[in-house]
Design a protein. Sequence first.
Length: 257
Amino acid sequence: MADDAGAAGGAGAPGGPGLGGRGGFRGGFGSGVRGRGRGRGRGRGRGRGARGGKAEDKEWIPVTKLGRLVKDMKIKSLEEIYLFSLPIKAFVAIGDYNGHVGLGVKCSKEVATAIRGAIILAKLSIVPVRRGYWGNKIGKPHTVPCKVTGRCGSVLVRLIPAPRGTGIVSAPVPKKLLMMAGIDDCYTSARGCTATLGNFAKATFDAISKTYSYLTPDLWKETVFTKSPYQEFTDHLVKTHTRVSVQRTQAPAVATT
């Protein structure tokens, strides 16, 4: 049975199939009379009006110092921001939760540019993380192999091995870095002005990167130098190499009198 509104409106009525009104023709496949919503004039989502209803006004929650000053009406114009060249500094930590972590810092006038640059620098500064055991060597490595210390500015961070199941006992900033590095259990000790987030993160990253700087007895074996992949597979690279021919067109000669 056809929809009454569509049948009465015809091709030119708002509800008819001509203009694609409610229950009308939307294009593509279908009967051309009834749209989605079982012909009751309802759109997608079984609600009135737009999808999800009326959008509620959400309160802006700033995450930077500049944003807090703007919200509190301490800074009232863009000229004040540009006058003092107030930049945005972004700290980005990346890791695979399996022995690799990186930290990047970038300062820019825009948030997006700062974050984008920090991501690039974080990828370029990835370091391997050495993991070890607290007691018996049972199962997979779960903690730092030994006590390591990192420093940046006045902040000093010390990582201490912990028993399996302890978790990461630390502040939120080093906890994120340790989790991304793949360390499951660790005690931490911090001194200095840890309220400075940048120095706190850099000190933690410095401590994590030092896990391979200690030459423990299990690393006393003679180092066997192997060939690099480019040197080892030279013949294969020569066989699979294809030259890209570049056609150069000679510019026509111009006769001068």
